[in-house]
Design a protein around this ligand. Structure first.
Ligand code: NI
Length: 245
């Protein structure tokens, strides 16, 4: 296995549509294995092949406490409901946004042996991650879903707390559910009032977790991270000031 460099915004490959996998062969199995190692190196819960420069419809996922797995040619066959969630992305490291996602998601896919499977009515983080990664296969990054200036922020530059009544922060905290591990150290206790949002003992401690330094991760190039910041700041400046949600 190998750790692959992760492309970050504004890399144009992130805006391209990926092609279906025709044969699940050793090359695809190696890609999936490398993507899993890369995803884990970046503390991500999901990764899509375009993020490592491969325009094929392959995604990998790993929910906290679960085994990683790959979905080849994933197709979302049903989405139900709407919710507002926090989201991060290995291609937008250090930044966090607020986006709308479905409550339940059903998807078909092939595993790395070419067997067909269905994930029926996924919820919570898994539903969010499937939508997020399938978006990547269609050239869509979570920043494309943002509606307001205040709903995109960088670690250490959190906006004034603002109301998102749709988000059940207590439930999120209780389930240790933040979409991307890369964002977790920066989010806890800073943007949200700890006594309201964080019920987990771990988060009641005074020990601030060490923020992840993305430039230190093997998957990133420092030059890319500098470009990313310029690009995301430009993007944020184009979003409306008023909160839309
Ligand atoms: Ni992503």
């Amino acid at each position: 296995m190998a750790i692959l460099p992760v492309r970050v915004l504004p890399d144009p490959i992130l805006k391209k549509e990926a092609r279906p996998v025709e044969v699940v062969d050793d090359a695809i199995r190696k890609l999936a294995a490398d993507m899993i190692e890369t995803m884990q190196s970046g503390y991500g819960v999901g990764l899509a092949a375009p993020q490592v420069g491969i325009l094929r419809r392959v995604i990998t996922l790993q929910m906290p406490g679960d085994e990683p797995f790959a979905m080849i040619n994933p197709i979302i066959t049903n989405r139900d409901g709407e919710r507002i969630v926090r989201e991060g992305c290995l291609s937008v490291p250090g930044w966090t946004g607020i986006v709308k996602r479905a409550i339940t998601v059903t998807a078909n896919y092939l595993d790395t042996e070419g067997e067909g499977y269905t994930i029926d009515s996924a919820t919570e983080l898994l539903a969010q991650a499937i939508e997020h990664e399938v978006d990547h296969l269609n050239g869509i990054v979570f920043t494309d879903h943002l509606q307001a200036h205040i709903d995109l922020w960088k670690a250490g530059e959190e906006p004034e707390p603002h109301v998102h009544p749709e988000i059940d922060f207590e439930r999120e905290a209780a389930n240790d559910e933040v979409v991307s591990d890369e964002d977790r150290p920066q989010i806890e206790g800073e943007f949200f009032e700890a006594d309201e949002a964080l019920t987990d003992e771990e988060f009641e401690s005074d020990d601030e977790p060490e923020p992840i330094v993305h430039a230190d991760l093997a998957i990133y190039q420092q030059a890319d991270l500098d470009l990313l910041d310029m690009e995301v700041r430009r993007l944020r400046s184009q979003l409306p000031e008023l909160e839309m949600s």
